[in-house]
Design a binder for this molecule. Structure first.
Ligand code: GUN
Length: 293
């Protein structure tokens, strides 16, 4: 079977156009412009690129966005003061502190300082806890993007066996909590495999849906999954490629070329989960503004 390629760019564009309409309505009916405050500490090129992408998406949708750039030498106290300033500024419905942070700053302390109602990344333990008990105010962006890709491509996880590869706090753990809920777009049987799993293939071969969030290039091979599987690839890995000007290309955590011959649906890298993450951040920012309106 040749798989349907799930087009993350298209799904993201559809959601962004829905959000744009919502924002236009919020402005017209309530005089409310959703606002996002982004804090970027240092000059990490990947972080700069993420933050630029976020600013562009905000502009496209009509969200007010300000990026506060701070030097690499910023102290924890200085950063906490800026977070507090944004916490108290009604212009900003959402606050995002771009990770990673320089080593002199305790990341956990900073994430705890963001007011939960402005925590559009859904990294604050309060919001993680609410999600776990099935009463989410926000959903974390990458897991929410994965869920939207499944539902909007006609692969609702309800009643399916989902195997998640990876147990990070940003992807694997929250996805497990989200997809097992008795809720729309969820209600799945979820298995999480990780570095402590003795025989990952044993579980993968039983999966109706595989979600790969391992962080290693093309480690999931075609003989590890069953015919007709649905594969969502969260991985973004650089591998050397002499034919590219940059000297590298991006690949996911699964062997895309081989698995697409066996799967019923699969996301590409790039162009799968990637465009969804920022889109879900936009959705959370609009939700944050709606709660105030
Ligand atoms: N760094 C890489 N991805 C993310 C993200 O989704 N949110 C934040 N705050 N930092 C990141």
């Amino acid at each position: 079977m040749a798989a349907t390629i799930i087009d993350g760019n298209q799904v993201a564009a559809d959601i962004r156009s829905e959000l744009k309409e919502k924002v236009t309505k919020l402005k017209a009916e309530k005089g409310l412009t959703p606002g996002l405050g982004v804090i970027l500490v240092g000059e990490n090129p990947a972080s700069i690129s993420y933050v630029t992408g976020k600013a562009k998406a905000c502009e496209e949708i009509g969200i007010h966005e300000e990026t506060i750039r701070m030097p690499d030498t910023t102290s924890e106290t200085e950063l906490l003061q800026i977070v507090e300033k944004l916490n108290n500024d009604p212009k900003f419905h959402g606050i995002l502190v771009q990770l990673p942070l320089p080593k002199q700053i305790d990341e956990k302390k900073v994430l705890l300082a963001i007011r939960p109602e402005k925590d559009v990344d859904c990294f604050h333990p309060y919001n993680v806890g609410k999600m776990l008990i099935g009463e989410p105010d926000y959903l974390p962006c990458t897991p929410a993007g994965v869920q939207q890709l499944l539902v909007r491509s006609g692969n609702d996880p309800s009643g399916k066996h989902v195997v998640i590869c990876g147990r990070s706090n940003i992807v694997g753990k929250p996805l497990m909590a989200m997809l097992m809920q008795k809720a729309k777009g969820a209600n799945a049987t979820v298995t999480v495999v990780h570095t402590g799993t003795k025989d990952m293939t044993y579980y993968l071969r039983q999966a109706d849906i595989v979600i790969a969030a391992v962080g290693a290039p093309q480690v999931i091979k075609a003989d590890m999954v069953k015919d007709g599987v649905v594969v969502i690839d969260v991985g973004v890995n650089r591998v050397p490629d002499a034919t590219k000007k940059s000297g590298f290309r991006l690949v996911g955590d699964v062997d895309f070329d081989a698995i697409k011959e066996k799967a019923s649906a699969i996301t590409p890298v790039p162009g799968g989960v990637g465009p969804m993450t920022i889109t879900m951040l936009m959705m959370n920012t609009v939700t944050a503004a709606e709660k105030k309106g």
